[in-house]
Design a protein around this ligand. Structure first.
Ligand code: DQA
Length: 147
């Protein structure tokens, strides 16, 4: 089984971007953590990061061909993108939504997610460890599915 780790806009700047909010781990650190966590439970991991909404939609659509679930941190598109929500609804794969920061402790425009109603789980405010939790949750769900 294979997971897609999808990171949206500005997450390429992790580690240097507002470190008081997002910490010091880089995107490469996040991808390594997610891959190590996935491989430990027998899953493959593909990673995509894009700053473009359309590229994220394309990546979700492509996941239908060869992935079994997704970990999604859509960054600010979480709060704006009906297109990304529609793509996730269309592929109908289980996904876990992750936010490094506790969005509920921040500006009110970050409190609403277009994606959350479709998500299997939402993990916010756990720092980059949230990505590892998300991978583990999907591994459990996929194991239960195939049992
Ligand atoms: C974020 C939270 C979003 O509100 C913000 O736009 C981001 C990062 C997070 O991981 O905490 O880009 O998704």
């Amino acid at each position: 089984p294979r997971l897609l780790l999808l990171n949206g806009p500005n997450l390429n700047l992790l580690g240097t971007r507002e470190p008081d909010v997002y910490g010091s781990a880089t995107l490469a650190d996040v991808e390594d953590l997610a891959r190590t966590t996935a491989e430990a439970v027998g899953l493959e991991l593909r990673t995509v990061q894009s700053n473009s909404e359309g590229a994220l939609v394309d990546a979700v659509q492509a996941a239908r061909e060869d992935c079994d679930g997704l970990v999604v941190n859509a960054g600010a598109y979480t709060h704006t993108s009906i297109a990304l929500r529609d793509a996730l609804a269309a592929v109908a794969l289980p996904f876990v939504e992750v936010h490094v920061s506790n969005v509920h402790a921040r500006e009110t425009f970050r409190h609403h997610s277009y994606l959350a109603p479709l998500a299997s789980a939402v993990i916010v405010g756990a720092g980059v460890q949230g990505y590892a939790f998300a991978v583990q949750r999907l591994a459990t769900m996929l194991a239960e599915q195939s049992a």
